[in-house]
Design a protein around this ligand. Structure first.
Ligand SMILES: [Fe+2]
Length: 252
């Protein structure tokens, strides 16, 4: 999996949209620090910005002391519980290259593991309750920046098909943490496959792309195609990182 690289100063917004449609991920290079407000305005060029829950800031700050950043995670995507294709935009404010986000394009997984497309096409799952951690009201500023952007009311989903066809390619829903009952998976193929993701087995980790990202660079990815996680065993890493994240749907 390759990541196409764009330059923020010569940015063609249609290009971002096209790359997200066909590759699901791209990188935008900048060579100077930007402010949260610059970041918001950059995202507004191609995104209808929508925080994923009512209380989320427009820009979520992920750092050592905030937003689950020292826990091991299974592979997942943001916004599983919505019908909309959620785009994440992340800005490496500081040190994210020290333990960078890892990505897998689930089209690769379909090609490698799903020989019987019709079998997967019949599988549905019931999503578990979201159960996101409520943010503390008394130190809001630690969680990010608020301007109250809520451009699209996101539609919730609780039962979904696992196989999706987008722009003539197949993608697989993979989010073991939020997968409840699995329907029509008579041979347990899907169950066994997502277990590999939950257990971070080498069998699937070999398909990952570790983002080679410098300070002040931006990664944009479409959660309906790309799943992500963070490196294993980062608990004792003696370095902080600060990542800013905006979510939304493509403006066109
Ligand atoms: Fe995430």
């Amino acid at each position: 999996m390759k990541v196409k690289i764009l330059d923020i100063d010569t940015l063609d917004v249609d290009k971002i949209t096209n790359i997200l449609n066909y590759d699901g991920i791209c990188k935008v290079t900048t060579n100077k620090k930007i402010t949260p407000y610059d970041f918001l305005n950059f995202c507004k060029k191609f995104l209808l910005i929508t925080p994923l829950t009512e209380n989320d800031p427009d820009i979520i700050k992920v750092s050592k002391n905030t937003t689950f950043s020292t826990y091991d995670l299974p592979w997942h995507q943001e916004g599983s519980h919505y019908e909309n294709d959620i785009i994440s935009v992340t800005y490496n404010h500081e040190n994210c290259q020290k333990f960078p986000t890892e990505f897998i394009n689930t089209n690769t997984i379909v090609k490698e593991f799903c020989n019987d497309i019709d079998y997967y096409d019949r599988i549905e799952i019931i999503l578990k309750d979201w159960g996101r951690i409520q943010r503390k009201k008394d130190n809001n500023e630690e969680w990010g920046w608020f301007w109250n952007n809520k451009n699209v009311p996101l539609k919730s989903n609780s039962r979904i098909k696992v196989l999706n066809k987008l722009n003539d390619k197949f993608y697989l829903f993979i989010n073991p943490k939020y997968t409840g009952e699995i329907l029509n998976d008579y041979n347990n193929y899907y169950f066994n496959l997502i277990k590999k993701f939950e257990d971070r087995e080498q069998d699937i980790e070999r398909f990952k792309l570790t983002s080679n990202i410098k300070n002040n660079e931006i990664l944009i990815y479409d959660n309906s195609k790309i799943i992500h996680t963070r490196p294993k065993n980062i608990k004792n890493l003696n370095v902080d990182r600060e990542l800013w994240r905006i979510t939304g749907i493509l403006a066109k």
